[in-house]
Design a protein around this ligand. Structure first.
Ligand code: NAD
Ligand code: MG
Length: 378
């Protein structure tokens, strides 16, 4: 009984963020051991005690047996489909293979798809669920920091096409999201840092006190401190849920979901210039992009000059690179112009009137962008 009492005392209930949407609302639970306890959380929301888990082989080796045991424990039948890890799996070929396997297994409208993995698995499994039999119920168990704070919230699912990233997909909201902070223990630190950039972004867009809290706790968060990680994830999820709730289908031209792209025009250009070859993770590019967006805002007289150094120092302390690692400024500009379509010689960017005050501007001069790139390592 001492052990039982110790276990009860050690148990803290997960943090809960309610995502309110017109078509459906659902909870994001955040905390340790959520995969181990998945049965108790999942069983009440399932329309039928039958699931198909979609995962990648890295995550399968580390966390699949725990999930399978948790489902078996509460009498939920489950099968598993495993894909290769990496962005290449977000393809028509893999998606077709998954849809075909589900139909061969004779799933019905009430069989639930569980995505166990990072953003690749979440996007791919979500789009598989959205399309199969015109929409199967779907649960997300994100296992990277990026997927816990970003891709698992908001309902965007999809795959890449030869024309570009995420160009085929659907909005498909989950029944439930379980963000197990314990799963992050096995995540390479580089991936943890990349996810941290998207957390910092949330503060920079709309919440200066949260930004300051991140600044004070950056080392602890990327060092894997459980309590700090849970707090940071809850805050970032709350932020994204609020933005998404206001602009579910990204129909607001300016200050809805578009704001989530702070730092991303720069980031996409950096990623494109690195040919998406794995040398630069998306979150790493976003980290540099946040510094560049601050520099550009300061250069245009919108936010204090000292903010650039402040953001750069924060990014560096988190073990991320604040500077452009020797890429060509004109090549980066070419990517941005292609990405954005210029209007009367002006580009559209998310800028800040100070940390926590982001807005959309379509009045950005190409020269200001060039100067920002040249001043920061291009
Ligand atoms: P990822 O899914 O490729 O995961 C990164 C790596 O970590 C992979 O090798 C994976 O196998 C491994 N991994 C995952 N969890 C692990 C764990 N707990 N322990 C050890 N290894 C683990 O990458 P990501 O950064 O999670 O997601 C990137 C994807 O997310 C991109 O395709 C991007 O387009 C998408 N995304 C989608 C949205 C959205 O709103 N839908 C938002 C942002 C990003
Ligand atoms: Mg991003």
């Amino acid at each position: 009984t001492d052990n039982v009492i110790a276990a009860i005392n050690a148990y803290t209930p997960p943090r809960r963020v309610h995502v309110q949407l017109s078509e459906r609302s659902y909870d994001v639970l955040i905390g340790p051991d959520l995969i181990k306890r998945a049965g108790a959380h999942i069983a009440p929301v399932l329309p039928q005690p039958r699931c198909v888990i979609i995962t990648d082989s890295n995550v399968a080796a580390l966390h699949l047996p725990t999930l399978q045991a948790a489902l078996t424990e509460v009498g939920i039948k489950h099968a598993t489909l495993t894909v290769a890890p990496g962005e290449e799996s977000k393809s028509f070929e893999t998606w077709q293979r998954l849809v075909t396997s589900l139909l061969e297994q004779k799933v019905d409208r009430h069989t639930t798809i569980i995505a166990l993995g990072g953003g690749v698995v979440g996007d791919l499994a979500g789009f598989t669920a959205a399309a199969t039999l015109r929409g199967l119920p779907f649960i997300q168990i994100p296992t990277t920091l990026l997927s816990q704070v970003d891709s698992s919230v908001g309902g965007k699912t999809g795959i890449n096409t030869p024309q570009g990233k995420n160009l085929a997909g659907a909005f498909h909201q989950p029944l439930l999201v379980l963000a197990d902070t314990g799963a992050l223990k096995t995540l390479p630190v580089r991936e943890l840092r990349a996810g941290y950039a998207e957390i910092v972004k949330a503060g920079m867009i709309a919440d200066a006190p949260f930004y300051e809290w991140c600044e004070a706790n950056a080392e602890g968060i990327v060092g894997g401190d459980d309590a700090l990680l849970s707090q940071a994830i809850e805050h970032a999820v709350r932020f994204k849920a609020r933005v998404v709730g206001d602009d579910e289908r990204e129909t607001k031209p300016n200050n809805g979901r578009a704001l989530l792209n702070l730092g991303h025009t720069f980031a996409h250009a950096l990623e494109a210039e690195c040919h998406f070859d794995g040398t630069l993770l998306h979150g790493e590019a976003v980290a540099t992009g946040l510094v560049l967006a601050t520099d550009l805002s300061a250069r245009m007289g919108l936010c204090p000059q000292e903010d650039t150094g402040r953001v750069a120092a924060h990014i560096a302390r988190a073990g991320l690179n604040p500077r452009i690692a020797g890429l060509n400024a004109e090549a980066l500009l070419a990517h941005m112009k292609q990405d954005k379509k210029m209007r009367e010689g002006k580009l559209t960017f998310i800028l800040m009137r100070g940390i926590g005050q982001a807005f959309t501007s379509n009045q950005v001069e190409e020269d200001a962008v060039r100067n920002t790139l040249l001043a920061n390592g291009a």
